[in-house]
Design a protein around this ligand. Structure first.
Ligand code: PA5
Length: 458
């Protein structure tokens, strides 16, 4: 479903003039042409990865993860951005909300799983160390560049943590994933003799969900990597044709591009499932980091419904009309929660039972239908992506579809979606402010900038 854009309807005919461009972009992507290079390398390894992987390889990663799982109480996956989000979103979408609190046997004998390196908040790090104290802990650090400060700081802290627990040999408990040859992490892994996984040079962080490093962390939660990969593979097949209306990656990409052309700035991505919400957090990285170049792109705003309807839902309904909305709908919940019959009916809810919607999932779905119609009437066009079930297969399909859509978006917007030069700006300032050798020039200009900023202090 896709609806009104500021008082006009977006019809198939509106899309028609743009279809040849998207089809051309698709041909160029598949043949490795266009603005897709990073450091002289075409960054489209993710595109063929689903077709190249083989089951025995995935089984061996699962086996390694199972072996490590058996010997530890907790597992810490360290990384940020593309070296973190896909792991958390996959595990969160496929396991229990209270995974870490479950008795071990209900986690299929898997360890508790924690994340570090995704921020520099000392309270968060300290809380995580507190919860790990007294447990046998394994660590997996992922950094393609091997230089990311957040990740490196967390890894140093975790090495000290392990050594403080009288562990003298880190090798059975620490896994390092980084570039095949380059970077400090690779050198450290060699020096310490640690087990390693490689991040292929032609796959960027946010496109790396199906690479060995992320798969290893995902497998620590006991997730079936073969099913996961089959989902990617199926979607790669489903989106391989060059005919627009038969290729959902092209359709998804053009819908969003049309919204951008019509002045939309924000894509609210709402879901009916607490478990799909982390996937939208993954989208929140994939799209803005790939599209947000040269004054362009759509911001992705994750929204869990119905929670957000009691918050920024007001803005979606009646605020600035610069929004589109995408519903990420889980079609089949795993459980049924019935509304109990209450003879006294003091809360007046018995109408739910007589009205035919006797369980919470049904009410949630009706609520979402109501939301879509209300927001549409309020001037927010929308589209829907349906995920039939929370299984590795369907989640794998979803990832590949989004990756392909955003890759095509780069061609339409006119820039390379596989680089993120804007991310360097904060890093340069942070390193200068931290006194890193070689940043002296930057610190001078930062001082000048700071003194030129007018402050309003109350
Ligand atoms: O998508 C990307 O390339 C980034 O989000 C990176 O994944 C993120 O910056 C982490 O980089 P690295 O793996 O080099 O530590």
């Amino acid at each position: 479903m896709f609806g009104r854009l500021d008082g006009w309807d977006l019809s198939k005919e509106d899309l028609t003039p743009h279809i040849p461009r998207v089809e051309e972009a698709h041909r160029r992507l598949l043949s490795g042409q266009g603005d897709i290079m990073d450091g002289g390398i075409p960054m489209i390894g993710w595109l063929k990865l689903p077709l190249e992987l083989e089951e025995p390889h995935l089984l061996s990663i699962m086996e390694s993860a199972k072996e490590l799982s058996g010997s530890v109480d907790a597992f810490v996956s360290i990384g940020i951005g593309g070296s973190y989000l896909g792991i958390e979103s996959t595990i969160a979408s496929l396991t229990s909300r209270y995974y870490n609190q479950l008795p071990r046997e209900r986690r299929n004998n898997r360890p508790e799983i924690y994340f570090l390196g995704n921020n520099l908040d000392p309270d968060y790090i300290s809380d995580t160390l507190d919860i790990l104290r007294g447990k046998k802990v394994a660590v997996h650090v992922i950094s393609k560049s091997g230089t990311t400060l957040e990740t490196a700081v967390a890894f140093r802290i975790m090495r000290k943590f392990l050594l403080d627990t009288k562990i003298v040999d880190l090798r059975p408990l620490v896994v390092v994933s980084t570039d095949r040859t380059k970077g400090k992490l690779r050198a450290m892994a060699r020096e310490l003799g640690l087990k390693t996984y490689e991040i292929p040079e032609d796959i960027g962080g946010r496109f790396s969900v199906l690479t060995d490093p992320l798969l290893f962390s995902i497998a620590m939660a006991g997730i079936d990597l073969v099913q996961f990969w089959q989902g990617f593979k199926k979607m790669a097949e489903l989106t391989s044709g060059h005919t627009f209306w038969e290729n959902m990656a092209m359709v998804h990409c053009l819908m969003r591009y049309m919204a951008f052309l019509k002045g939309k700035a924000i894509e609210v991505v709402g879901t009916n499932s607490t478990y799909l919400y982390p996937l939208i957090r993954w989208m929140e990285q994939l799209f803005p980091e790939s599209e947000g170049h040269k004054g362009k792109g759509l911001w992705v705003s994750p929204s869990l419904y119905t929670e957000k309807l009691h918050a920024n839902g007001q803005m979606v309904q009646e605020g600035v009309r610069n929004l589109i909305e995408t519903f990420l709908i889980l079609e089949e919940y795993e459980t049924r929660v019935d509304i109990p019959f209450d003879e006294q009916n003091l809360d007046g809810l018995n109408f739910l039972l007589t009205g035919g919607t006797q369980e919470v999932g049904g009410i949630n779905n009706k609520a979402l239908e109501g939301v879509a119609l209300a927001h549409y009437e309020g001037g927010v066009p929308n589209m829907t992506i349906r995920i039939p079930k929370r299984t590795p297969y369907w989640i794998g399909q979803f990832y590949f579809l989004m990756e392909k859509s955003v890759a095509l978006s780069g061609y339409l917007l006119g820039h390379n979606p596989f680089i993120q030069p804007g991310v360097e700006a904060y890093k340069k300032n942070m390193y200068a402010l931290l006194g890193k050798p070689g940043t002296e020039d930057r610190i001078q200009s930062l001082h000048r900038l700071k003194s030129s900023i007018e402050k309003i202090i109350v």
